[in-house]
Every structure is written in C-alpha cells, then in structure tokens.
Design a binder for this molecule. Structure first.
Ligand code: PEP
Ligand code: CO
Length: 447
C-alpha cells in the first residue's frame, strides 16, 4: 500500500540530482510566487494529448518528440523558436507521408531548462565549482556567482517558457501551421546550394503530393481529414526540478486528481527514475502523460515495477517508455524489457531516443554523436519490436532548426564541428540531418 500522495510528498524521499539552495527563504518566496501564477498549459490539453498517446498505444498514431538538449533563456528568440517549429513540422509531414498515420508533435521546449549532471561539481584549472544545472537553476559561465543556485531562476524559467509558448500558440493558431501551405515552413536552408539536391527534391515533391492529396479529399467532401490538417504542438521537458513542477501542480475544477501544468508531458530522466526516489514519488501523483527514460542498465523487473507505481490503474495514454540504449546495446538490452513489460499487461507507448546512448567524446574533448549510430539505433528498435510483436510508436530527438555543427555525418565531418557548435549541453542534429533522418524513418515505416 502506497503512502498518501501530495504535491509535496516528494520532499520525504531521497532526491537524486538535488540542488543545494543556500537561501531557503528566497526559495520559499520563489515557489510561493510560482504557485500563484497562471498555469502554462491546461488540463484539457493534457487530457487531449493523453487521448492521442492512448491511440498511439493502439498503433493509430506515431509520436515525434524533439528539441534542444537544454533550452537557454537567451534562446527565447523568434528565429530560434520558428526554426524549431519548422523542422518539427517538416519532419512530421515526412513521417505522416511515410507511415500513413497521424503524428503527435511534442517539442522539447517551453521549459527544457533543467539538466541532470554526472557530477555535482566541475573542476577547471584547479578551481572547483557547482556544475551547470541548466538556466532554471544557475548560469553556464564558470565563476562562483554564476554557478550559485538561484531560486529566482525558477521564475525566469517560467516567464521564458510562457513567452515561448505564447508565440508557438499564436503561430499554430494562425496560418503558419496550416497543412495546406507547407511552403510557409520552408526555411532558408531548403534553398541553399549546399543542401543535398535529392533531399530538397524529395521534400518538395512530398509536400506538394500531400497538399494536393488534402485538396482532393476535401473536394470529395471527406470530413475526417480535419485531424490530419489541424497541426497541434504539445510541450514536454524533463521534470527535474521538483520545486518548479510541484509549484505549478494543482487540482482543476470538475476533474479528478492533480495536474502538473508546467507542460503537457513531463518525463523522468535516466538518472532520476529510482522507484524509491523523490521524482517517481512526485510523478506517480499527476494526471499527465509521463515519459520515462530507460537506459541499458535498467532491469526488466524494475521497469515493470516502475510502470506499475506510475500507473497503478493501467490508464491508457499515461506512460511513454523512452528507451535510450545505444546502437551497440539496443538489440541485447531492449528485448528483455519489452518482454517483461508486455507480460505485465501494462499499456505503454514504446519510443526510442537514439541520442543519449550514442554520445562519444573525441580526443579534443568535444562531445558528439554519429548520424549513422543514431539511425542504427532506430533501425534496430524497429527490428526488436517487429520480432517481438510489439510496435515502435515514436522517436525522441535532440535537434534544432538551426544550422549547427554538433553531430557527425549528413555533411558534417570532424573538422567542421567547431564551425558552429552552439549547444550548452548535448550535441543536436541540425536542420539537414534531422530532415534526412525523417526520410529514412519514413522509408522504414512505409515498408
Ligand atoms: C536528456 O534527455 O537530455 C537526458 C539527460 O536524457 P537521459 O535522462 O536519458 O540521460
Ligand atoms: Co541531452
């Protein structure tokens, strides 16, 4: 029997990745302020996403989740936001075309400001300071003031998340995301000379095909295409700062339970999914769809137990298991977990994150990832699920709509990496790499 849950009950549990705030009074002031502010999302939207995820669990939809490893407050700029929306829209179009199923678009944005770290401190030239835990906690610059955990950062993060979301909502409610006009989402890169001409041609042909198919169906008076043409975005981020999440968690009129209203779909990270820990305690009590990252060291029994704790009623649409095994491990590590969870009859959506198990450090110290490893993990995940009679229901990427040079392959070699390595955390796919990846997944889905 579980003890009683409340938005604060996590405070009685061991908290992995705990942030040491020096000023408790200031922290209390910040969370009180956050508690009084309007929610960023509504329970209607949360329930709608849950309904879509439930349909994805039945094989009727596919999830595309993507965005920065770490958003920064400074990147709350129109061009950065629109480029991210555009690449996600373009990728989703390619996937709709290849998979012949609607795609649920979930951004890693409007709140992806907190980062787990492998070490609580960082040492440079003999000086040791707290690690950078993301803009929701402290600053990236390496000096004592910047690295001090600042409770006011919770408010700054909330504010930028709200500004980001406001812009996204306006864009998608207006003409920007109208599927009849995919040319609105074309980016400068699409016409750039160094873009692989085949990629440009494939994309242009496919988007033209899709809009003419839409017009044809509309001419026939087909009404059910509304679902395909209305473009919606949902938000997600790692629910790492429980101060932030719990301050925006509340009851809403005429519904049961508590909603975490910082985002539609929070997820629990690989480093915070301890079944006895604070994060699992918190997320077992919210009504949102919850993602759980699962790495290669996860034990099948533990994953099944975790799913049970997070979703004791086996509610449809509630749990998304995001496997991030690494290309070399996925074929060994994933099947026992899929098998155990399937045997438990738990309803989950299986998603692959082909990024976090494939990070490598070069001799220069730069962190990168190979396009081919990322693709290989996706391919192997499709194979595993096919062999086991389950279904890969989605993909989770670290990507950006900008022209960065962070991952290798798709036109980027080792010598190019320092041209525009802009990530403050993990390396992301750039525009061309992301679009190319979408075509390769679509090809696999259409087989
Ligand atoms: C992330 O998604 O950026 C991350 C830290 O992932 P994981 O928890 O899977 O390591
Ligand atoms: Co990351």
């Amino acid at each position: 029997m579980q003890a009683e849950w409340s938005p604060e009950s996590w405070k009685n549990k061991p908290e992995a990745q705990r942030v040491a705030y020096e000023d408790e009074a200031l922290l209390a002031q910040a969370t009180t302020e956050l508690r009084s502010m309007p929610p960023l999302v509504t329970s209607w939207e949360v329930e709608k996403l849950k309904g879509f995820v439930a349909e994805a669990q039945d094989g009727k939809r596919f999830l595309l989740q993507g965005g920065d490893c770490a958003e920064t407050l400074a990147d709350c700029r129109p061009s950065v936001i629109t480029n991210k929306l555009k690449i996600l829209l373009q990728m989703s179009l390619v996937l709709v075309h290849g998979g012949k199923t609607p795609v649920i678009r979930v951004g890693r944005f409007a709140g992806q400001y907190a980062k787990p770290r492998s070490s609580p401190t960082e040492t440079v030239d003999g000086v040791t300071l707290p690690s950078y835990f993301g803009d929701l906690v402290n600053h990236a610059a390496f000096d004592g003031d910047s690295r001090r955990a600042d409770p006011r950062a919770l408010i700054r993060g909330y504010t930028r998340a709200a500004l980001t979301l406001n812009f996204i909502r306006s864009l998608t409610a207006g003409g920007f995301a109208d599927l009849h006009h995919p040319e609105y989402w074309d980016m400068a890169f699409l016409s750039r000379a160094d873009l692989n001409p085949k990629l440009r041609e494939d994309y242009t042909r496919m988007s033209r095909d899709l809009s003419s198919a839409l017009r044809f169906m509309e001419a026939l008076g087909e009404t059910s295409i509304d679902d395909l043409t209305r473009v919606e975005f949902f938000t997600s981020h790692e629910g790492l700062s429980l101060h932030y999440e719990s301050a925006q968690t509340r009851r809403v009129p005429r519904r049961e339970g508590f909603y975490d209203l910082t985002t539609h779909m929070p997820w629990v990270g690989e480093r915070t999914r301890d079944i006895d820990g604070a994060h699992v305690e918190f997320f077992r009590g919210v009504a949102n769809t919850v993602g759980v990252k699962v790495g290669p060291s996860a034990k099948p029994d533990d994953v099944a137990a975790l799913v049970k704790v997070l979703n004791p009623q086996n509610e449809p649409g509630k749990i998304v298991l995001i496997a991030r095994m690494g290309a070399s491990k996925v074929t060994e590590a994933l099947p026992p977990i899929v098998s155990r969870v399937t045997e438990s009859k738990a309803r989950v959506l299986w998603v692959t994150d082909p990024m976090h198990g494939n990070t490598i450090s070069l001799a220069s110290g730069i962190k990168t990832r190979n396009f081919d490893d990322i693709l290989a993990e996706i391919e192997s995940s499709f194979d595993v699920h096919k062999n086991m009679g389950t279904r890969l229901g989605g993909v989770h990427f670290e990507l950006t709509g900008d022209d960065v040079t962070e991952c290798l392959g798709g036109g980027i070699s080792e010598a190019d990496l320092d041209k525009n390595y802009a990530s403050v955390c993990d390396p992301r796919l750039n525009y061309r790499q992301a679009l190319e990846m979408a075509f390769l997944i679509a090809r696999r889905m259409s087989q």
